[in-house]
Every structure is written in C-alpha cells, then in structure tokens.
Design a protein around this ligand. Structure first.
Ligand code: ADP
Length: 409
C-alpha cells in the first residue's frame, strides 16, 4: 500500500509517499518521494525529491497551508503518483487531539468537525493540519481513506498526579484543562526504536526521551507508556525552546501585562515567539548560530545556551525521581541529534547516578543513531534521529487494517 504522510509544523509542510510492504502494522517502508515546504507564510522554500532523484527546488511565495498543499499535490501528480496504483491512503499528523482523540481516527466529516471544535483549547495548533486535510479531501474525494494521528495521544494515559494542575478541579474540568503533552510521535519513536536496538521488551524499560528542536520537550516513559512529559496544556510549558520561554512563574503574564500596559495576548506572544533562545541571546533562536557566537565570546549567547542545558538537565533529574532511575536517556530533534556540545553540557556531572558520556563517541555522533555513553555507564545515553513519519505510516496502515477487518465481518 502506498501512503502519503502529511506533517504540518508551525511554518513547514513535510510529506513522504511511502510504500509499505504489507497492509499490516509490521510493514517495512520504502520512500518513493518526499519533501518539505519551509517558511510558509512568506517566501516558501520548496525542496521535493523522488527516490530516482527527480526533484523540484524553488523559492516562491507560499501564503498559507492550502497553497502549500496544492503545490505538493501538483508535484505528486506530475510524478505520476495520483494515478491508479499511486497513493492509496493518506495519514495526517494532527498536533492536538484534546480530550477526544486518544488513538488514530479515520477522517470523516464528524472527525473534522471534532478537530475543529478543539479550537477553544488549541486555537493555533490544528489549523495547518485542518487546511491540509481539507485540501487532500478536495483533491482525492471525501471517501478516500485518510487517517489522523495525534501528537497528544501518547500522553493521554499519564497518571492524574502528572496530568492535573493544582487549580480548582471544577474550573479544570469545566474548561478541560489538563496537561495534554505534545511531541508524542517523536517520544514514542525514540522509545520503540531503543527497544528494537537493544532487543529488550519495551514493557521492561524506563526511559527519559528528549526531543530538542525548535520546540523542546522531555518525557518519562515507563513500560512503554508516557507517565509524565514537560509540555502541558499548551506546548509553551516545560523546557526552554527556540522562541518559547518554557516554565515561568504563573504570575509573570499578569505582571507584564500590567507593567507594560499591554493586553494578555501580547504577553502570550512574547512568551511564545520572542523568548527562549531568541529572547535571552537577543540574536537568534537557532542553536547552531548561538554556539558559533558563544565560541567567539558572546555573553548573551553563552547565557542562552547555559540556561537551555541547565533546564534540560534538571528535567532529566526530575524524571529519574519520577520513574526510579532509567535504563536510558535518549536525545532526538535537530539539537539533540546534531549537537555534541549541548549533549555534553546536559549530561555533565551526572556520573553520580551512572550517567557518563564517552567524549569521543559523543563528539563523532552527528545526525546518526548511536550509543554515546561509556561502556561502563549504568545508564545508556543514545542519539536516535526521530522519524515521525514512520510512526504515522504505521498507525495509518494499522487503523485502516482494523477498520477493513471490522467491515469484512
Ligand atoms: P523543529 O522543532 O522545528 O522540527 P528541528 O528539530 O529541525 O526543529 O531543530 C532545529 C534546531 O536544531 C535549531 O535550533 C538548529 O540550530 C538546531 N541544529 C541543527 N543542526 C545543528 C547542529 N549541527 N548543531 C547545533 N544545533 C543544530
């Protein structure tokens, strides 16, 4: 079965057309084509490629996700994959499943309405995916098999001690306020991949996974289940990120609104788009650039990197306490996969608990899967490049397989 996977981020649309060998969850995937449209909302950077090397590279205005989807579908058509025998199903990543979606769902009108209705708790998160879903339906027809896979689903069974905020329970329940957690596909991928690499049952493992990209989060995984995660009601909570502050004193937004004479939306915008690495360094949200500046003695860049690493280290310690130690700490995401310096800083001084990096292996591991801890270390440290699309394709195929079996009965 050929499945088109569409993964909309905050300013990107990524896609892959994957051939799965069997219509079962144990499928192996071959990537027939794929690509990314970066910087949606401005001068979009288009980079598409087929497995035979046929490609499209272009910079042009891409106003929104509808236009991005059209560009993607036009290209897929041009390489012959819209014909019979081309795409047979579509899997969409949807960021927020809210209180309703705890597993993948076949997309129909009712599911689209339900995702739309989630707007009250997730005003920004699902719009890009909804646009892509609507474009795909307009292109392929309303009965074309499509599945939504939710980033929040992995965290939906966290214990209440981790998922609830200490606010009046009536208010929390009235507004469906809980710690939903995000990046679920990434954390799940790292955990499942670690189990495969080490040939150990996921059920026996305690893991701390770190997804460190533009958005950053950590998850404590016990027996294959997420038992706590650092993002909360929104992806603003937790670790310091590219432009997001992560945790601040909850009093701060009100304080800033009053003392700066702005409304609360403005403060939320500061915390979401002007804080984190960008806000502290005053220069960039890009870790690579900050490491460069830091090596030239830029004090604010150094401070930004220091806070970033300290927060991540503190979170690892908290999760060791939550799950009683760990078999492994796993790094993923653009920073986690590519920056030996950040990984070394985060793991420094943790020998006391059995976590020690092999300096040379860490330094030599950039963008590849590897164990970077010392042979003698009690806690493994791994770099596992995250492949969210692999999770989406498996969930899509499994979901369609279950429904088909059900219909055949
Ligand atoms: P997103 O969360 O948007 O998917 P990514 O996972 O692509 O983001 O991560 C982007 C971050 O990864 C940026 O801060 C970028 O600087 C960082 N990054 C990429 N390569 C390197 C590198 N070699 N060294 C340090 N940071 C890197």
């Amino acid at each position: 079965m050929n499945v088109l996977i569409i993964n909309c981020g905050s300013s990107t649309l990524k896609f892959k057309v994957m051939e799965t060998r069997h219509d079962t969850p144990s499928c192996h995937e071959r990537i027939l084509a794929g690509g990314i449209i970066d910087r949606i909302g401005g001068q979009g950077e288009i980079r598409f490629k087929t497995e035979d090397g046929e490609d499209l590279r272009e910079v042009r205005e891409v106003k929104d996700y509808e236009i991005a989807s059209d560009i993607m579908f036009d290209w897929i058509e041009s390489i012959g994959l819209m014909k019979p025998g081309g795409i047979e199903a579509v899997g969409h990543r949807v960021v927020h499943g809210g209180y309703r979606f705890v597993e993948p769902a076949i997309i129909d009108d009712e599911v689209i309405d339900a995702i739309e209705a989630m707007r009250n708790i997730a005003p920004l998160h699902n719009d890009p995916s909804l646009k892509a879903i609507r474009s795909a339906r307009a292109r392929l027809g309303p009965h074309f098999p499509m599945v939504a896979v939710f980033d929040t689903a992995f965290h939906c069974n966290m214990p209440e001690s981790a998922s609830r905020y200490a606010i009046p329970i009536e208010l929390a329940d009235k507004h469906r306020i809980r710690r939903y957690g995000f990046h679920g596909l990434a954390h799940r991928f790292m955990a499942e991949r670690y189990a495969i690499i080490t040939e150990r049952p996921l059920k026996e493992l305690r893991l701390v996974t770190l997804q460190l990209g533009n958005g950053c989060s950590a998850t404590a995984i016990d027996g294959g289940r997420s038992v706590d995660t650092s993002m909360g009601f929104t992806p603003l909570e937790g670790l310091m990120m590219g432009t997001r502050s992560g945790d601040v004193d909850p009093h701060l937004p009100g304080f800033l609104a009053r003392h700066e004479g702005v409304d609360i939306e403005e403060v939320e915008d500061w915390l979401n788009r002007r804080s984190g690495l960008l806000g502290v360094s005053g220069h960039s949200n890009d870790m690579r650039e900050l490491l460069g500046k830091k090596s030239k003695g830029d004090l604010r860049a150094s401070l930004a990197v220091e806070i970033f690493c300290y927060r991540a280290k503190k979170q690892i310690g908290a999760y060791f306490a939550a799950i009683g130690g760990a078999d492994a700490v796993i790094f993923g995401g653009g920073i986690g996969e590519n920056s030996p310096e950040v990984r070394a800083r985060i793991c420094a001084g943790m020998e006391w608990c059995g976590l020690a990096l092999d300096e040379d292996i860490n330094a030599g591991t950039i963008g590849s899967e590897n164990r970077i801890s010392k042979d003698s270390a009690r806690i493994h440290v791994y770099v596992i490049p995250v492949d969210e699309e692999a999770v989406i394709v498996r969930d899509t195929v499994l979901c369609l397989h279950i429904i088909n079996r059900h219909l055949r009965r």
